[in-house]
Design a protein around this ligand. Structure first.
Ligand code: ADP
Length: 613
């Protein structure tokens, strides 16, 4: 698979995986909702039960506290006295005032004293408009209980006060005789006020399932169960509750979210219910909490979880995306680097190869150069030896001829002397003398040639050097019948150089000219000498074939020769060239327009006339 296709597949599958994970998370979350709701409802139930326990403890604590009060009050002697002498107005006022004090001290709403018939003879409300004094409560069960010597307790809507209250009653005794009944009434508003404002609603129902206490006034006197006839008759007889207000609370009880739930008509939310009885009072305390907030919380939590998952998925996606991009970049960089490295390697390879090639070539050149130098040295040596050989041959020829002539002249002179022919003898001796002079002359040249040439340069008489050279090649000139035409100015021309080497150069030019004209019938060499302000110029022209193209280019190269093997070494011009260059002069060759070669030797003119060798 191509890189690009793989990348897009990776991205594509990544997006699908993220989407699938999201769908799964969504499904799981939706499946989780009931559990989540249950979790929150359980929490509510726990709080509900805590509130219930608190309410029950508060209520039963208060009831048991109140329960003791009537018996304590009944023991006061003034009460029995008043019951025995009800006409004692002062006593009645004193007892009533005492009762009034009691209500404040106990937090009760009323304290009152009834005689055996149920008629109230003293009451804490004695000064109020709706005073209990003079009113009969014989119909109340608490009175009936107390007048029988027991403790009475009862919950009812006050017939006088129209307040819901709880009544406790105890008998006032003289010995075993019941003189009357003292009752204490507590209202329930304080409890209800304490229950206001919480998240839950409280209600207290009695044995007939009538709600007589609740923080919600609209629930007061509502029945939780339908009332039977008997109960209705009893309530009417005891004037406990106003019958016209006893209406059923329209509700349905069910079991949901792991507990009991009540749906009340008109209420926006079902209620979670917890119940506890207060057996001594025959009450049932109910705490109701709307479920809706817990359900909403569960949904919010779910949405929060979903959002968190979404955010996580997004973050994951972003991270993944970034990682992919980073990987892409790294990949691209690696590819570029690879390409770069490959190119560098290729170029370095080429360079290395070229380098190696060059090194090899340099080594080869050096080796060749060394070989060349060695060969050159050897050849120069060979050239020198050859020159020496030639020179020896020339010398022996040069000297042998006059020596043979001298021998024959001297033999002839001896013969003429024996015969007494003196004039002929003298003539022969003169010839011998001339021959000796000639040999001396040759020797003279040889001596100057034989002197070890030194490298130093100095003023050299060019015309004289030319004479030396001509003398050295004289024999060859004569052998070839060559004519030397000289165009030399008057007076000596001084140049800078070394005489022996200069003669060597000119000899070389002359012998080359003669070589070029070998076999010609009238060989002719033209030599001219001229000078200007700085240079003296010697020209040697022959009438040979001149130099062919390649010879023209290479005549001064060492070992270039067109002569037969054994005849030429190709060193003459090369050595001459170097000698002339040592003298700061120039040696050039050209073909004469009318045929033949022209060698031009230019040398710097010397300032002094001190001859150098
Ligand atoms: P060699 O004389 O041993 O050949 P040189 O260096 O003196 O060596 O001369 C090199 C070559 O130059 C000769 O072989 C010849 O071909 C050419 N050359 C030199 N002088 C002349 C000349 N005067 N005329 C024609 N060719 C010449």
């Amino acid at each position: 698979m191509a890189d690009g296709a793989r990348d897009s597949f990776r991205r594509f599958s990544g997006a699908w995986a993220a989407l699938a994970a999201l769908v799964v998370a969504l499904a799981l979350s939706i499946a989780m909702l009931p559990h989540l709701e249950r979790l929150f409802v359980d929490e509510v139930r726990e709080r509900n039960e805590a509130a219930l326990r608190l309410a029950v403890e508060g209520l039963s604590g208060t009831l048991s506290r109140f329960e003791a009060f009537p018996a304590l009050i009944a023991e006061r002697p003034a009460l029995a006295e008043l019951l025995e002498a009800p006409e004692d107005e002062a006593l009645r006022v004193r007892v009533s005032a005492q009762f009034s004090e009691d209500t404040r001290a106990l937090g009760a709403s009323d304290v009152y004293l009834m005689d055996r018939t149920g008629l109230t003879i003293a009451a804490s409300s004695y000064l109020k408009d709706r005073s209990f004094v003079g009113r009969s409560f014989d119909y109340r069960p608490y009175f009936a209980d107390a007048v029988k010597g027991g403790l009475g307790r009862f919950f009812a809507l006050g017939t006088t006060s129209r307040e819901r209250g709880y009544y406790y009653a105890a008998p006032v005794l003289r010995g075993d005789e019941v003189l009357g009944v003292v009752a204490v009434k507590f209202t329930v508003e304080e409890f209800e006020a304490a229950w206001q404002g919480g998240e839950n609603d409280l209600l207290v129902s009695d044995l007939d399932n009538i709600v007589f206490m609740s923080n919600r006034p609209d629930w007061h006197f509502r029945t939780l169960q339908p009332l039977d006839r008997e109960a209705r008759a009893r309530i009417e007889r005891d004037r406990q509750y106003p019958l016209e207000r006893l209406e059923p609370l329209d509700h349905v009880t069910s079991f949901r979210w792991g507990g009991e739930v009540i749906d009340i008509a008109g209420a926006p939310s079902p209620f979670l219910v917890s119940r506890l009885p207060i057996p001594e009072a025959g009450w049932q305390v109910h705490v109701l909490t709307p479920v809706a907030p817990a359900l909403a919380q569960a949904r919010v939590a779910l949405v929060a979880v979903l959002l968190a998952l979404l955010v996580l998925a997004m973050v994951g996606l972003v991270i993944r995306q970034r990682r992919l991009r980073l990987l892409d970049r790294i990949e691209t960089q690696r590819t570029q680097q690879d390409v770069l490295e490959r190119r560098v390697a290729e170029r370095t390879g080429d360079l290395n190869e070229a380098n190696q090639q060059l090194t090899l070539e340099v080594q080869e050149r050096r080796a060749t150069e060394t070989r060349l130098k060695t060969t050159q040295q050897e050849l120069i040596q060979a050239g020198k030896l050859a020159a020496l050989g030639q020179m020896s041959a020339a010398l022996s020829h040069e000297f042998n001829q006059p020596l043979a002539a001298i021998k024959s002249y001297s033999d002839n002179a001896a013969t003429f002397l024996e015969r007494g022919r003196l004039p002929e003898t003298g003539e022969n001796l003169q010839r011998i003398s001339r021959l000796v002079d000639r040999m001396a002359e040759i020797s003279q040249h040889l001596r100057s040639f034989a002197r070890r040439p030194k490298d130093q340069t100095g003023p050299v008489p060019l015309a004289a050097a030319l004479d030396d050279a001509l003398a050295l090649v004289d024999m060859r000139l004569r052998q070839q019948n060559a004519v030397v035409a000289r165009d030399i100015p008057e007076g000596e021309v001084w140049v800078t150089g070394g005489r022996v080497r200069l003669v060597q150069v000119i000899v070389n030019l002359l012998t080359n000219a003669l070589d070029a004209m070998t076999g010609m019938t009238d060989p002719r060499i033209e030599i001219s000498l001229s000078q200007d302000a700085s240079d003296a110029v010697l020209r040697v022209r022959d009438h040979g074939p001149g130099l062919a193209g390649d010879a023209m280019g290479q005549a001064f190269d060492p070992f270039f020769t067109t002569k037969d093997p054994g005849k030429g070494l190709g060193l003459g011009l090369s050595i001459s060239y170097n000698i002339v260059r040592d003298f700061d002069g120039r040696l050039e060759v050209a073909n004469h327009p009318e045929g033949g070669a022209v060698f031009t030797l230019s040398l710097p003119r010397a300032q002094s006339v001190q001859e150098a060798v």
